[in-house]
Structures are given as structure tokens and as C-alpha cells.
Design a binder for this molecule. Sequence first.
Ligand code: ZN
Ligand code: ZN
Length: 307
Amino acid sequence: MTVVTATVTRGRLGGRDARTGTRMRIVSLASSSTYGNAYLIGWGSTYVLVDCGVSLRRLEQSLISLGVSPRVLSGIFVSHEHSDHVKALQLKTPFSTKYNIPVYAPRELLMAGLGGLGALPCHALVSGSTVQVGSLTVSAYGKSHDAVRPLMFRLTDPNGTAVAVVTDLGEVTQEVYHGAHNADYLVFESNHDRQMQLTSGRPQMLIRRILGRFGHLSNDEAGAALREIVGERTRGVMLAHLSMDCNTPAQAVKTVTPYLRRAGFGGVLAVAQAGVPTILSAAMPTACHQSYTALDAFGESAGNADT
Ligand SMILES: [Zn+2]
Ligand SMILES: [Zn+2]
């Protein structure tokens, strides 16, 4: 197993598809309650976002820095209505409207009109939905979180390579296990260190919410789940949605690594930086690795720290 403790902004993580020479592009644009969450998934000329919980300006800048025009996006998949996942849609002119991008969101959420989504033209998804967006097949699975029918997504390219994006969940249900199992790539929540959470000095109600069935996964819970979820196909795991107050990249890696070793995982383990794009799989192979310390983003000033 290779542990990437520094971000590879242009790298060779992941394998190239043997049949076509194309491979899936997977980039975390931002990953935390404070900086928001947005994950870019691409194959060929198809690009989609899973969540867009960052400011419009930040989202545009991140995409352009990766050479992806917002105009080419084929869809935005919304996992749930918390603002760290939909911020760019909660605007007078939402990101999706500005660039004419179809939005896919939980049906019950649309019916409730929450998160600013009521006014947007959206495609409704339920657990079990599968939609084709360009070259990507996207399947939705229910998960356990304090939101309206929240979903996780598994995105599969035409060659069968799959990435599962799994954040914001208090427990790993059979449904999540099924949606994520043996995916080639996993973007997986490792939100907090339980001890740091318990001694954080936060209000007891908030701690109870985060540790509860509808909250967030601890490092140990993420490790235990990943031990069961990674399979022989899995070649990259990116720990995501780390708490800036109650976790560190080093702590998350230290806790999760033994579980992955026990599972016989031989791929790459990376950590999504809070506010800086982090690549799990690059579309084009390049020998150029450029590193940031994983702690750089955590040194930035915090905004509305939630979890
Ligand atoms: Zn979140
Ligand atoms: Zn949430």
C-alpha cells in the first residue's frame, strides 16, 4: 500500500484503462465542513460534479485551474441539502443556471424545496436510481445522515471502472456497502478522531449529533468499513470530509492504515485536503509530482466550522 501524505497535484495515481488508454479523472476540489465539498469526476469529454458546496468563485477557479471549463460539465449530483454540499446552488443565479448544467438531487429534497433547490430545474433521484450522463453511469444509494433522503453515488465509466463517493454518514448500512463495494476508487469519509471529538469542548448536542447514527464516520469507523468495502479491484482510497477541529490527515491515515493492511489493500491511500484540489486519479499520466504538505490547507483560517 502506498500512503500519499502530500498532495499530488499532477500525478500517476491510478491505472490507465488498458482497452482505451483513457482513465477516470477524480479530483476533490474541496473537502470539509468549513471549505465545502465538491468532487470532480471525468471520463473522456464527460465531466460531472458530486456536490458543489463551495463559493461560486472558488468553484470556477478550481475547475479552471484543472483545465476544465464549467461550461463542459454534464451534471451536478447533489448528495444532500447541507450548505457545505450545495452552497454554489444557493444563489440568486446558481452555478447550474449560470452554466446551464443539469442538477440531479434526491426527490424528497426537491419536493420539500430545501437547500434552495426548489426553484431550480432538477432531475429527481431516489435510492436505486441509475442515470446515464454522457459517458458516465451514475447510481444512487441511500445513506444514514441527518438530511432529507441523502444519497451516495457510484459512477462507472464505459469500461467498468467505478468510483464511489461516500461522505456524510453516521453508519455504514448494507446499502452503502453495496454501493461502494469493490469500487476501483473510493472517496470515503473519515471525519473525526473519536477522542478528539469527545474532548473538543464543543456543545454536547453537537458532539452527540456527529457521533450518532445520522452524523459522521470516525476514523475507526471509516477504517472498519473500508476493511470490508475494498476489494481486489480497489486501487485508490481518498479519505475525505476530515474535521478541521477534531482530526488531522496524519491521524486519519494512522488510524485507517491498519484496517486496510488487514484487508490486503495494495493501492494508494490519499487524504483530500480541506480547501485545495487533491487528485486521486489523473486523466493523463505525467511524471511530474508537485507536493504540498497535507497540513497546509488545515493551517488556513477556519470559517463556519461545523463538524
Ligand atoms: Zn458535509
Ligand atoms: Zn451533511
